[in-house]
Design a binder for this molecule. Structure first.
Ligand code: BGC
Ligand code: NOJ
Length: 799
């Protein structure tokens, strides 16, 4: 709940979890789109605007010359009370002035291509009130990039139609489009506008539209320029009376042969059907209830009860919610992703999956197949694919040599969650070519083999264009301003190698071996195990620097991330992944590396990516050194890989350190420092400025980041220690010794487990005893129980 509209940055929410989506700020800014934020943008939004966040789903109230907005913006008239509540798939923004309250519920109901806005007006005074309510949205001409650039054409194409209280946006419908949008209200209107300049006046902003200030709609029809939709309602309220009106912003597709009912008259039947579904308040109430039930269901799969309310707030709702949002949007549309840049990342989507597979396993299954379908025959991958076509996006290139291995992670986590080994038999195309398919299991084999087939001079994996760190561009050698660091490879046949991929290869390679064994592919298992053993030796020989793991070898065979380097002596990624792969755990190197992380990378706000930060551009390293010190990949706190260090600490049984790192970047714990942190204190940001930055602790790029999935994965599976396993739930908490205990409700393969962990001896890890429904288990694996059953699991930690 936000009670001051002047947040340090717009604090947003995402509405919709299927095909129709909206982004909404706490002051009602934002936009809507269907499936693809670039290609099917429904309402317009200007990124990079001044003032920031201008334009959105606005309402205006005009009462006797006083004009205000329930969300404070755009009018910015001081309110007696303001409140914004962001919830799971909905937001409620309420303003009150002079005892008139206006509460707007925004939501995208399930199974519907529309945003519902319910405006509830309450007269809290003892006099009769009579006032006007104006609505406002601005249409986008569908392709958001074209809309923001091709003015010579677009100023002449805009078209609308108006029927009753519904304003239809039908630009380009006359030619090849078979979709239109509409904005309607379930009341008769006193007037309307559909032409922006007629509504605003040529030289006004959204804060003072002529039509609103003069309380008189122009009844304008847009022809070209900028089509909008605004309704004018006259409202009368007795003392104490409350009245609600329902607005609907919808999108419909019409079969090609049925587009028109007469020349120039669009077929409105599909819109009318949709409108009928939200005509009365009961229908809206029911849809809202259904949405709540849907989210309760999703979140009920994992719920923790713990003395720390911040932990509960994050784990039980917002972290899981953010995982779902990253699943839906990948890195496409937020307040830092303009919706016109990126599609679905191969590595990103595989990682996002580990954060939500427990919530919607069927959708995870579909996603795995979609991703694998873009894989090349040699195991390599397009770096990205487009959500609308599900095809690989050539423009963003390939040869990011970590990409293929992430498919093993996602598939494995899916099988652990569901026990659905059948997914491995699914026939999946290469590069979306239906005539060239192989089983998903074979795809995983290709992923593994891709590393084996691409080894460098030290026997380490070749890095290609980059590995997880998109900015470590060791073959790029770019001297040309503006050239893409990710898709340019000026040194052909590059020999640069990645120790990070080596660790990853051992970690997920072993997962692959396990899978092979379990499905009886023993020969493959033995072969793969030999490659892994060889890689371990190479890491021992060339991947250890003395106090930590080396990061990479550059084009000239020189170490990157070594004490020998002048800057960038140590990097976080190879520490995380080598230790997660178990390397150095038995011989003290892992502890040493983690101590180096603590000493050199950790700071008040989290663990930075590298140290010392690069203070100049180093052509052989690429984009990493292009960022000023402390930002992004150059020594920013890249929250995404902090959990790797948390997991590494848990593998050494160090619950205090894991928890301390967790707490440092966990959003609810940062609420206190919101003025510094700036972004929403309920979701993770991709990056927090590091210790070398101008303003350490200031976050950017909130919402769409792999941080969401990795943190949920870490807290649920490695700290609270409830890890899905092929044959049940593995229980292995690693926590601060001072924790007395906690409870987790976990739904798993149709059964419910009520898990109670107690820590009478004050240990950090070590399970002394587990009782399943009162009977003692021999190992810390809780077997799969009957579907529909509810089971108690008592876990007693101790020495
Ligand atoms: C960013 C990376 C991102 C890459 C690819 C870079 O500018 O720093 O975080 O992965 O662009 O979009
Ligand atoms: C963000 C990208 O989406 C992700 O794929 C990459 O791993 C990180 N940046 C680090 O560069």
């Amino acid at each position: 709940m936000i009670t001051d509209p002047r947040t340090p940055y717009p604090w947003i929410n995402f509405l919709g979890c299927e095909e129709f989506f909206s982004i909404l700020t706490n002051t009602a800014g934002g936009y809507s789109f269907y499936k693809d934020a670039r290609l099917r943008r429904i309402t317009r939004y200007r990124y990079n605007n001044v003032p920031v966040d201008d334009g959105g789903k606005y309402f205006y109230i005009h009462e006797n010359g006083t004009v205000w907005s329930p969300g404070w913006k755009p009018v910015r008239r001081e309110l007696d009370r303001y409140e914004c509540r962001h919830g799971m798939g909905y937001s409620v923004i309420t303003g009150e002035l002079d005892q008139l309250e206006a509460e707007v519920l925004y939501m995208v109901p399930l199974g519907v291509h529309a945003e519902v806005q319910r405006v509830r007006l309450t007269n809290k005074s003892d006099r009769r009130r009579s006032f006007s309510l104006f609505s406002f949205v601005e249409w986008c001409l569908w392709d958001a990039l074209d809309d923001a650039s091709n003015f010579q054409r677009n100023f002449s194409t805009g078209q609308v139609e108006i029927a009753g209280s519904t304003i239809y946006h039908k630009t380009e419908y006359r030619e090849r489009r078979d979709h239109y949008a509409f904005y309607t209200v379930n009341q008769e209107v006193a007037g309307y506008d559909s032409d922006r300049e007629a509504f605003l006046g040529m030289y006004n902003g959204f804060d003072a539209p002529d039509a609103v200030m003069e309380c008189r709609s122009r009844n304008s029809h847009a022809h070209g320029w900028s089509p909008i939709a605004s309704h004018h309602l006259r409202i009368e309220l007795d003392p104490g009376e409350e009245k609600s009106v329902v607005f609907l912003l919808g999108y419909v597709e019409v079969p090609a042969g049925e587009k028109f009912t007469a020349r120039q008259v669009i077929n409105k039947a599909p819109a009318e059907q949709l409108i009928k579904r939200f005509e009365d308040l009961g229908q809206v109430e029911a849809a809202f209830g259904e949405l709540g039930g849907f989210w309760d269901g999703l979140l009920s799969v994992f719920q923790v009860e713990h003395p720390e309310k911040e932990l509960m707030r994050s784990v039980n709702s917002w972290n899981q919610y953010q995982c779902m949002v990253t699943f839906n949007f990948s890195r496409s549309a937020s307040f830092f992703e303009s919706g016109i840049g990126r599609g679905m990342g191969f590595r990103d989507s595989n990682q996002d999956l580990i954060g939500f597979v427990h919530q919607v396993p069927e959708r995870a299954r579909e996603r795995i197949i979609d991703i694998a379908s873009t894989q090349f025959e040699d195991g390599g991958a397009y770096h990205q694919y487009q959500p609308l076509t599900k095809k690989g996006n050539d423009a963003v290139g390939s040869n990011f040599n970590d990409d293929p291995l992430w498919l093993i992670l996602s598939t494995d986590e899916y099988i652990r969650e569901t026990g659905d080994w059948g997914i491995l038999d699914e026939q999946v195309p290469f590069d979306n070519d239906e005539s060239n398919k192989a089983s998903l299991f074979k795809h995983l084999g290709r992923s593994f083999q891709h590393v084996v087939n691409n080894l460098g001079p030290h026997g380490l994996p070749l890095i290609g264009r980059a590995d997880w760190n998109d900015c470590l561009n060791l073959n790029c050698f770019s001297e040309t301003p503006g050239e893409s660091f990710q898709t340019t490879e000026n040194r052909e046949g590059g020999v640069a190698e990645s120790v990070f991929i080596a660790g990853m290869f051992v970690l997920y390679g072993e997962v692959y071996v396990d899978i092979c064994r379990r499905i009886g592919e023993n020969r493959k298992a033995v072969e793969a195990a030999a490659h892994i053993a060889a890689m371990r030796e190479v890491i021992d020989k060339h991947g250890w620097d003395g106090e930590w793991f080396v990061r990479a070898y550059d084009h000239f065979g020189e170490k990157v991330g070594s004490n020998e380097c002048e800057e960038g002596k140590i990097f976080i990624e190879s520490q995380g992944f080598c230790i997660m792969a178990g390397i150095g755990i038995n011989d003290g190197r892992a502890r040493k590396a983690l101590d180096s992380v603590k000493e050199r990378l950790d700071c008040e706000f989290g663990i930075v990516l590298n140290n010392p930060a690069f203070t100049r551009y180093i052509v052989k390293y690429g984009e990493i050194s292009s960022y000023p010190e402390g930002y992004k990949e150059n020594a920013g706190i890249f929250c995404h890989n902090n959990p790797w260090i948390m997991i590494a600490e848990t593998l050494l049984g160090n619950g205090e350190a894991a928890w301390e790192y967790f707490r440092k970047i966990c959003p609810p714990y940062l609420e206190e420092i919101s003025d510094l942190h700036k972004t929403e204190p309920y979701v993770y940001a991709q990056m927090i400025a590091g210790k070398d930055a101008h303003k350490p602790g200031e976050a950017k790029n909130s919402w769409l980041t792999g941080t969401a999935a990795w943190n949920f994965y870490t807290i649920s599976q490695f700290i609270l220690g409830i890890r899905p396993h092929y044959d049940g739930l593995l229980i292995h908490p690693v926590i601060p010794a001072s924790w007395k205990g906690y409870k987790v409700t976990r739904k798993f393969r149709g059964a419910t487990y009520l898990i109670e962990v107690s820590n009478p001896d004050g240990v950090s890890s070590g399970v002394k005893e587990i009782l399943l429904n009162g009977s003692r288990l021999q190992a810390n694996l809780v077997p799969v129980c009957d579907p529909g059953s509810t089971n108690t699991v008592e876990v007693i930690l101790g020495k």
